[in-house]
Design a protein around this ligand. Structure first.
Ligand SMILES: NC(=O)c1ccc[n+]([C@@H]2O[C@H](COP(=O)([O-])OP(=O)(O)OC[C@H]3O[C@@H](n4cnc5c(N)ncnc54)[C@H](O)[C@@H]3O)[C@@H](O)[C@H]2O)c1
Length: 308
């Protein structure tokens, strides 16, 4: 199992680290355009191998795609992150060009790879990869919902005063402050709906804090977060590499599911060795359907900025 991670910045390096720590991949290749950067990150990470007990081989390369040849999975994290006060949508101008070039270079050397798109605005970058590579739709996956759901569970546990292992919940919709749809009505504490424990104000607080989860961190850190994004990507990579058939909310190209067409947006999917093996259509309330529709309109508006 060979995994390439393009972009050896904060998210890319964290992603490589978590993949290695889980010890399921034989090789991780980090690639960056900054001279020596990926090589340096790879060497530093390899020097944690004996300390952390993993055998995954991590190598780095400065823009040499030949070194990524034969990858089974490729993760795209290259591009600029947002600064405090910026929206993810504002990154489109620079990141669209980067994501387009990177995905085509990756496929030249790894024609069978499954692509995971992380660069923002992620739903639009995922759609761009669909439009420009023409790969079968099950091989292009956008990562956003897995991270947003982890942030949702963090806030749920906080509001409930419960350990995180006690809570479950999912965020679907667009990966943006306005577009996220945290499914609070479906969230549970050990299979009991959280509405049994939390009043309306508390639930509204959880939803709001989840939606601005990335912005809160960007304000604190001066750039966007990397630990949870890297861990979320590694979960997706592991589900594919180990054919786990696990369900995650991911950005998938929709063709009628949830009444939506011709966009990539966060919905529950089953991930296995073929990438997206199934899009799961769950029953949504009328309010949730309306939020999903509104979210889709936002994503489509950003997609409209692409020069396809
Ligand atoms: N989808 C999500 O949930 C999620 C979460 C966090 C961050 N992000 C996004 O991920 C991206 C990366 O964030 P980061 O914090 O790691 O940024 P970063 O600046 O730390 O790293 C980005 C790296 O990409 C490299 N790069 C730029 N152009 C390249 C190219 N053409 N080829 C190869 N490498 C190239 C840069 O040299 C840099 O090292 C941003 O767009 C950010 O918004 C998405």
């Amino acid at each position: 199992m060979k995994v390439t991670v393009v972009g050896a910045g904060a998210v890319g390096a964290s992603c490589a680290e978590y993949i290695a720590m889980k010890n399921f991949a034989s090789e991780v290749v980090l690639l960056d355009i900054k001279e020596g950067y990926a090589e340096g990150k790879a060497m530093d990470l390899m020097q944690t191998a004996s300390l952390n007990g993993f055998d995954t081989k991590i190598t780095g390369t400065t823009n040499d795609y030949a070194k990524t040849a034969g990858s089974d999975i490729a993760v795209i994290t290259s591009g600029i992150p947002r600064k405090p006060g910026m929206t993810r949508e504002e990154l489109i101008g620079i990141n669209a060009g980067i994501v387009k070039t990177v995905s085509s270079s990756l496929l030249e050397h790894s024609p069978n790879a499954i692509l995971i798109v992380v660069s923002n605005p992620m739903d639009t970058m995922t759609y761009l990869v669909h439009k420009t590579t023409n790969l079968p739709k099950h091989r292009i996956i956008g990562m956003g919902g897995a991270l947003d759901s982890a942030r949702f569970k963090y806030r749920l546990a906080e509001a409930l005063g419960a350990p995180i292992s006690d809570v479950d919940g999912m965020v679907i919709g667009g990966h943006s402050d306005k577009g996220m749809v945290p499914l609070i009505g479906h969230a549970t504490r050990n299979s009991v709906k959280v509405s049994e424990f939390l009043d309306g104000d508390k639930m509204d607080w959880v939803v709001q804090e989840t939606k601005v989860g990335g912005a809160t961190l960007t304000k604190l850190l001066g750039t966007s977060a990397w630990y949870a994004p890297g861990a979320a990507v590694s979960g997706l990579v592991q589900a594919i590499a180990c054919d786990q058939k696990k369900m995650f909310p991911c950005s998938a190209l929709l063709e009628g599911e949830y009444g939506l067409n011709d966009l990539s947006i966060g919905v529950p999917v089953i991930l296995g060795k073929n990438g997206i093996e199934k899009i799961v259509e769950i029953e949504l309330s009328e309010a949730e359907k309306a939020k999903m529709q509104e979210s889709a309109e936002g994503v489509k508006k950003t997609n409209g900025l692409l020069q396809l």
